[in-house]
Design a protein. Sequence first.
Length: 118
Amino acid sequence: MLPLAWKLLALVALGLAALASILPVLPSVPFLLLAAVAAGRGWPWLERKLAGHPQLGPLVTDWRERGALPRTVKLAAAGSLVVSGAIVWLSPAHPWVAIAVDGGLACFGAWLWTRPSS
């Protein structure tokens, strides 16, 4: 992938993480980690800024070095996944769409809990 594409992905993911920080049903951590990974491949300056941030830096560093997430982050993400899944079921979406979305959320939640805790 071209460095410009990695920069664009990092910016989009960082924007989604910022948006998710104010929306209760959208978990911000996956977007933040995606931004850090993309920045590491195409925008080292942004990766250093994220890793050096007082609140976000330890999260980014633990993820980069060990693939680890704090248990509180896992719990918050799991809660967001449950709320998001419920919203999908309450929406006018077709039942198969709701099943597919909730299946994807469940797979992501299962993957999330298999990561080491920091």
